[in-house]
Design a protein around this ligand. Structure first.
Ligand SMILES: [Zn+2]
Length: 166
């Protein structure tokens, strides 16, 4: 608990220092569409413990900052109530996909999994960007899904982890 407070304090100070230097903040989806000068995209991959993400989302909101939160479709990340709360604070919600890993490298199964999870997430809030979840222990690079398919066909405008596909 003490560590938690300590790191949130550091995070708040970092944001304050950046605001003091006149940086602006944009959610990733907005950044893709029109980039402001001196802009920062604050991206959070919610691998687990969504409650911690709610805390940074609240801090950013108090400072007038909009970030982007990528949620996985697994129980340790996917909390509909928290996703809704973070979206209601004005932050962008994205899908932190890992379909190729969960489908054992089968591209056809993986794209169905991707489609299904994206649709489910969109029942909570709009989703226009994605970011892959990568584990050093995984045999699969989830981005390989886009060698065969195109995420634009799913209404996705970009991904911060796949610059070559932008
Ligand atoms: Zn991740």
């Amino acid at each position: 608990m003490i560590m938690m407070d300590f790191s949130l304090h550091i995070y708040t100070n970092l944001l304050l220092a950046l605001l003091d230097k006149a940086y602006t903040f944009q959610p990733f989806g907005e950044f893709i569409e029109s980039q402001k000068n001196k802009t920062i995209v604050m991206r959070h991959d919610v691998d687990r413990i969504p409650n911690n993400s709610l805390e940074t989302a609240n801090i950013e909101n108090e400072l007038g900052i909009k970030g982007t939160y990528y949620f996985r479709a697994v129980p340790e990340s996917y909390d509909e109530k928290i996703i809704k709360q973070i979206a209601d604070l004005g932050h962008e919600i994205g899908y932190h996909y890992e379909s190729l890993s969960t489908c054992g490298g089968d591209l056809r199964l993986a794209i169905d999994d991707f489609r299904f999870n994206l649709k489910k997430l969109r029942e909570i809030c709009p989703v226009k960007t994605i970011c892959m979840h990568g584990s050093p222990l995984s045999n699969y690079d989830n981005r390989l899904l886009w060698e065969k398919y195109d995420y634009r066909d799913f209404g996705i405008v970009g991904s911060p982890c796949e610059i070559k596909y932008l």
